[in-house]
Each structure stands twice: as C-alpha cells, then as structure tokens.
Design a protein around this ligand. Sequence first.
Ligand code: AMP
Ligand code: MG
Length: 493
Amino acid sequence: MLKTKSHINFDNSYSRLPGQFYTRQNPVPVSAPSLIRINRALAEKLDIDPIWLESEEGISTVTGNKIPIGGDPIATVYAGHQFGGWSPQLGDGRAILLGEVLDKQNQRYDFQLKGSGPTPYSRGGDGRAALGPILREYIVSEAMAAFRIPTTRILAAAATGDHVYRQNILPGAILVRIAKSHIRIGTFEFFSSRNDQESLRLLADHVIQRHYPEAAEHENPVLAMLDAVIENQAHLIASWQQIGFIHGVMNTDNILLSGETIDYGPCAFMDEYHPETVFSSIDRNGRYAYGNQPTIGRWNLIQLAQVLIPLLDKDPKKARELAQESINKYMDLLIKSYQNSMTLKLGICNAMPDDIKLIKDLLDIMAEDKMDYTLTFRYLSDLAGDDAKNGVGDLVTLSEKFSFWLGRWKKRLVLDTQTPIQRQAGMYAQNPVFIPRNHLIEEAIQAAENGNLNLFHQLVDILTNPFEYKVELKKYALAPRPEQVVKETFCGT
Ligand code: AMP
Ligand code: MG
C-alpha cells in the first residue's frame, strides 16, 4: 500500500520569488507512461525511495501525470544569446520545475521534468521531447558525472506512449533532470534587458545564497559571485577540453550559474582528435567547435559581467573596471586548469615548463595522424606501468612520429617522482577507456525506437564505470570504423 506522505523532500525557494521569475504551470498529462530507467544511486542520494520511484505513483510523478505533495510546478523565464544573436525571451518551453529537493546533506537540487508539455514559453513548439534525445541526454550526462565533471543529472526517463512530430513521427519520452539550479546567464540577461534592476538584484541575492554563500561575506558580494562563477566556468570548460567533449550549443541560456554542464542536445565526444571538430547540425559556422570552447566561454561570461555592472558599484566607471578585471582572470584560470589535467593525463605529477610543449606536440601528432583521443591516452596509461594485462594496445594504430614522441615522454617520466605503479593508477583514474561514442549512442537510439532498450541500458551501465577496462567490453571501447562515423548530431528538439 502506498503511503500518502510526501515521497520527495521538497522545499521550493525559486517559486517563492516574485511572479516575474516564472509562470505557474502544470505538466500536461501523457497517455501511457512507462518507465525506461531510474537512477537508483541518485535517487538514494536525494533521499527518494527507488522502489517508490518505480511504482505506479512514482512513474506518474516522473511523467507529470501526478503532482507530488510538496511540488509547486512552474515554468521559469529567461532570455539568451543564441549563436551570438539576441533572443529577448526564451524560458522553459518544454520543461517544468516541479520543485527543489533537499538531499541527505541538505544540498538543494531542482527536480525538473523535460518534455512535459507546452508552457507560455513554448513559442509555437509542442513542449515535448522525442525518445532519442532523452536517451542521449541520459547516457551523456551520466557519463559526465562518472568522469567527475560538474553536470546536471538524470533521475529517471520514461516513455509517454504519445507520438511527437518532427521530420518523422517519433516515440515521445520525458526525463527528470536534477540540477543544483537551472539559473542561467540568460536568466540575468532577461531582467537586465527589461531594465528591471530590482529583479536583477533579487536574482543575484538568490544565486549568492544558493550557490556561493561565501560571497555573502565579501565586501562586494556580487563581485565575489561573478569571480566564483568565472572560476567555475574556467574549470568546467577546461574539463571538457581534457576529456574531448564538445558541448555544441554554448548559448548563454545554456550556461548555468552553478557551473554545471547543461543541455546535451547536439553534443558529442571526439573520436579522432582535431581542434576544429564540430558535430552540431545547426552550428554551420563552427562557432562552438571544440577548439573555440574556451573563448566562447569568455564571450558568455562577458555577457554576464555586462548585465551585473549596475550591481557591482554605484559608479559605472568603477563597476566596468571591476567587471573587466574579473573577466581578465578567466583565461589564465582555464589554461592552468587544463594544463594541470593534461599533465595528469600523461602521468606527470610535478609539472615543469617544458611539459606544455610535450602536450602540444602530442596533440599535433594526434591531429595530423587522426588518432583517437581517448584510446591514445589510455594506451599511454597501459605503457606507464610494468604490467598492462588488460591493455588497449591492439585498438590503437601507432605512427612513426608518435613512436618518436613516446621516447621523449618516457625520458620525461624519469624526472617524475612517482613509482610506475602509482603513475599507472593515476593515469587509469584520469583517462577513461569508455566514452559515450556517437556511433554507439546512435545505435542505441535506433534500437530503442524499434522497441529494444538493451544497448541503451548496457551503455549506461558501462559508462558508470568508465575507467575500468574489461576485454569482453572491447566493442564499447573501439573507435568507430569509417562507415560507423557519425558526422552530425541534432538539437534535442
Ligand atoms: P534548447 O535548444 O534546448 O536550449 O532550447 C532553446 C529554447 O527552445 C528553450 O527556451 C526551450 O524551452 C525551447 N524549446 C526547445 N524545444 C522545444 C519544444 N519542443 N517545445 C517548446 N519549446 C522548446
Ligand atoms: Mg537550453
């Protein structure tokens, strides 16, 4: 017998803000909800009983057919720069914030349904999501979490039993996204563009209280918040670069103040390393190419700094100087963070100035010889110890230039203080063998559209533990054969 008490520990701070931040909106029920997968570990972290989540009532909650006790459903409003162009009003067009959950440590998380029906911000869209993009987001965001990269996560995914109409007729699905919050640079831009200083101030106070409580102690709390956001963004983008992740749609409405990765629409992981790699079918000019991500991150932060200027100082000139000083710190932070990860990827713990050249030369060789980014670093990890029984050696192709570089790397390792065993353990923990490869995601989506979820489940299971190689899972570590290469990914609409 199901209890009638609340199964989710809601405490909804955003919906206590004034009405200009959102519209109250219930999810629109779906016809035949059925569970695809729940994330047990995340449910337990959030103090939500996984058995309840799998029950009929849990599935009704996940798909928006039932509003749980304590929920207060809203669609939030924001604006944003999309591919550099200004969109004065966006907002949750196919998402509903059911409420905020407090986990066992009292950390607050948004509990958001995505694909839950139209809202006042749908701009003619149907408010729904197709199965494919829902599965893609599940696979990739959970892999990012396993890579220890800050990210929104998926608590559950369910099929709706309804069709969605895109270029084809597709099965519909919904997911529950868990995020520290969904407050974006675009949320600040929305109020700034309407010259609503009071809301801007309220929003900044909310973000400080929720994400950067230390900033409240600072003599200029908004400046301290901006600095913290910049630092988080620098680390985040550095972590994308070192893992080979291409976000694909770094619009300001997809950049969270919390520093988590969000919006796994046209994203992808690189197979062959090349800095100009672009996957997104809507990114015609390569604005969001892999190698551009650090500078685009800066561009986005400039938009944030700009709208915060009125809150930074009464004197506009002084405020602009403060904003500029903060922005100026970004690229150094990012480069330092990136170089730090890259030296760890090479098994070096006492970085030296020449290491930068060693890294750069390796990347140049990888680009020239079309080497697989992930497997190359994994191969180096195998070489780093005395023993590599479970190596990926036969999965990589070596070139002459690469072999020469290997000699330089080995000489450099002699100067490092770690033992080979320590080094290899460190490298295995830094260099995943499994990444969410595009061709596998596409294969999983196609199978799912034909009613078979096995590959989807298998990928999620494997990617929960992406640093541990098992020979029987070789198929999931392999780079795509030429005919398997996916050249474009599509936006999640
Ligand atoms: P995205 O590309 O997912 O970042 O979405 C950009 C904007 O379009 C956001 O305001 C979304 O809420 C909205 N949007 C995307 N897909 C849909 C849809 N199917 N129906 C309504 N709004 C949508
Ligand atoms: Mg978005």
